[in-house]
Design a protein around this ligand. Structure first.
Ligand code: PMP
Length: 446
């Protein structure tokens, strides 16, 4: 593949952009996209297995979204909702509230991204309960603002040199669906209950904030027994149960919200971002009415939050998600991706440790076996994803050795199959020693 223009841009980027906001995988400078196809500035074409970090669930340049944005742009781009009303915001809010799990009477608070939506959840939970502490989980990712970062526990690199974060945030172990039922049933709330009995008064805990499927941890769905017991514990102690849906919302896991994969759990609040804006930037905390109304104006507002343009885009995307056609197509692809993962595991049982996930969100663990025992292999994962890139597939890794498989939900079955065929070839080439160590330099960035 020709990369001349891409490399030139990257050279320029180095001179003016701080490296702090980027993890380096490959020299990809994107020019355009359509559905699950991405084109770089050199004209190379890729299948997208990343969906802009699950923020483009309807793929790039979806016609319905593009049309809504174009029409809105000719009227007005935005006018702050801090002092005025706007129809797209109201129309999008009505749609979002209509799908609140359990049919609860809900209200929305718009912001600009997933991080500030997490901050909102902290603020409203504290204010509503009059309690100070928040429980959240190790390996959870919640964002980069001081509030959301206080919840985040994926790498100390995100926290170093920043001084004090929010007080009162307590991190506990997350129990994934891969664990044995008996073990989970026995252990999963032990630490919490011990904490409640020794140093963490339960009646001082405002909320539990949890990703039902931990995304950046490597796509780990919570074990259903863990979710149930956690939820029951919350109910017992008057603790709010907040579902963090920034990465997994909007049908990424086959439902509006990933928490709906767990029967009978009605969250008190839902944190949204990424695909909420259908390609534009948006965040939202949606909660039961009494929680969302508990602060006094203007305790939480953003000048551009819920602006005309983003809400017009979001509402158009919402109508696509809701359509029967989209739902029928999605079901087929959910079945297909499962089969493709299983085939890959069978074919490479010496390297693929697991393929776990829900809907169109999978984590494929890569490792090496010594004496029949698997250990994660980060180097292999990087080499394989880099070879995928060279072959025209955008896929990155999570937690070092786990391939992040999150294609746009509008990907065609052909593209999905082709993407998996590329992964298969890349693994085969890795095993044959055909991927040089030099590709590892790309991790260092430019
Ligand atoms: N929560 C989760 C689960 C996420 O995956 C992310 C982004 N990776 C965020 C919050 C933060 O979203 P943003 O970067 O848009 O603020």
């Amino acid at each position: 593949m020709e990369r001349k223009k891409s490399l030139e841009y990257i050279e320029r980027d180095k001179n003016v952009v701080s490296r702090v906001s980027r993890l380096s995988y490959f020299p990809l400078v994107i020019e355009s996209g359509k559905g699950a196809k991405i084109i770089d500035v050199d004209g190379n074409e890729y299948i997208d297995f990343l969906s802009s970090a699950s923020s483009l669930n309807l793929g790039s340049s979806h016609p319905a979204v593009t049309k809504a944005i174009e029409e809105q742009l000719h009227k007005i781009s935005q006018y702050t909702s801090a002092y005025t009303y706007n129809a797209p915001l109201i129309e999008y809010a009505e749609r979002l509230c209509s799908v609140y799990p359990g049919g609860e009477d809900a209200r929305v608070i718009f912001g600009n991204c997933g991080s500030d939506a997490n901050d909102a959840a902290i603020k409203f939970s504290r204010a509503y309960t009059g309690r100070n502490k928040i429980i959240t989980f190790i390996n959870g990712y919640h964002g980069s603002t001081y509030g959301s970062l206080s919840l985040t526990a994926v790498t100390t690199r995100m926290r170093k040199k920043l001084g004090a974060l929010l007080p009162g945030i307590e991190h506990f172990r997350f129990y994934g669906s891969e664990l044995e039922d008996d073990f989970v049933a026995r252990e999963c709330t032990k630490d919490l209950e011990e904490a409640f009995g020794t140093y963490l008064p339960a009646d001082e805990v405002a909320a539990v904030i949890i990703e039902p499927v931990q995304g950046d941890a490597g796509n780990v769905p919570a074990h259903p027994i863990f979710m149930r017991k956690l939820y029951d514990l919350c109910k017992k102690h008057g603790i709010l149960f907040i579902s963090e849906e920034v990465q997994m919302g909007f049908f990424r896991t086959g439902k509006w919200f990933s928490i709906e994969n767990y029967e009978g759990i009605i969250p008190d609040g839902i944190i949204m971002g990424k695909s909420l804006g259908a390609g534009l930037t948006a965040g939202c905390f949606m909660a039961k009415k009494e929680i969302a109304q508990c602060l006094e104006s203007p305790a939480h507002l953003f000048t551009l939050g819920g602006n005309h343009l983003v809400c017009a885009a979001g509402a158009a995307a919402f109508d696509v998600y809701k359509s029967q056609d989209f739902q029928d197509e999605l079901k087929k692809k959910i079945t297909l991706i499962k089969e493709l993962c299983e085939d890959l595991m069978k074919k490479h049982e010496d390297m693929v440790m697991f393929a776990r996930g829900l809907g169109l969100s999978y984590g494929i663990g890569l490792g090496s076996k010594t004496d029949g025992v698997f250990a994660g292999n980060d180097t292999a994962a990087f080499k394989i994803l880099y070879r995928c890139f060279e072959k025209g597939l955008i896929v990155i890794s999570l937690a070092g050795n786990i391939l992040r498989i999150q294609p746009p939900l509008v990907i065609t079955e052909e593209e999905l199959k082709k993407g998996f065929a590329i992964i298969d070839q890349a693994i085969t080439e890795y095993k044959a020693g055909k991927i040089p160590d030099s590709v590892l330099d790309n991790q260092k960035g430019w």
